[in-house]
Write a protein that binds this ligand. Structure first.
Ligand SMILES: Cc1cc2nc3c(=O)[nH]c(=O)nc-3n(C[C@H](O)[C@H](O)[C@H](O)COP(=O)(O)O)c2cc1C
Length: 189
């Protein structure tokens, strides 16, 4: 293998794939909003923390800080157009729920509504925020999860034949390909 070196730039951030999620939020008195996020990751299993990075000037960041919670909605690859719309317009000017025919569902543990049309919704309270230059890392503690029954197998796991998530890779939308194996398959017989 002969490696070519590339100077670090914006493109370097998107060399590893990430999930593309829709984060719904609401301010103290504002209309609920949705922001598309590809800067998404898993951070701790105790407590259960996931993280999103939001630009410091994003409208959604202000709303999340007002209420201290948000919902991570996981779209299917067939919902790329929704992710693209929510990531191309600001909630400062439009109501993305009504403009894009999305339904706000009442969350159980948090004030932010979830997006009914997304098959997976993860209610989070803001655990900590960390300033990271022009973005802020928001760590959310998972409080409640909603999953569409239609995509669950009998053992309660998500059935990949019924749900294929939306992936971001090199600033493009992708879907998942073939299953390879379970984690640790090389060491478990
Ligand atoms: C595929 C995609 C991924 C994005 N990922 C992020 C992200 O991780 N963080 C961020 O701050 N903005 C991200 N954006 C941009 C915001 O979604 C966009 O600026 C949005 O209009 C902000 O909404 P708001 O003004 O209602 O908060 C992304 C946009 C797209 C299309």
């Amino acid at each position: 293998m002969v490696k070519k070196t590339l100077k670090p730039n914006y493109r370097a951030l998107w060399l590893a794939p990430t999930a593309t999620v829709l984060v719904s939020c609401t301010g103290k008195s504002a209309t609920p909003n949705i922001i598309t996020i590809a800067a998404y990751g898993v951070f701790s299993s105790s407590p259960l923390l996931l993280g999103i990075a939001i630009g410091v000037n994003q409208y959604s960041l202000r709303l999340i800080k007002e209420t201290g919670d948000f919902v991570v909605n996981v779209p299917s690859h067939e919902q790329a157009h929704i992710a693209d719309l929510c990531g191309s317009f600001s909630g400062r000017r439009i109501n993305k729920f009504s403009e894009f025919n999305l339904t706000p569902g009442r969350s159980i543990k948090v004030k932010s509504p979830y997006i009914v049309e997304c098959p997976i919704n993860i209610e989070c309270t803001l655990w900590k925020s960390v300033n990271c230059g022009n973005h802020e890392l928001l760590l959310g503690e998972i409080q409640m999860v909603h999953v569409d029954e239609e995509i669950l197998s009998e053992d309660g796991m998500i059935e990949p034949s019924k749900f294929n998530p939306l992936v971001s890779f090199q600033s493009e939308y992708w879907s998942l390909g073939k299953r390879i194996n379970k984690w640790h398959y090389t060491v478990k017989s």
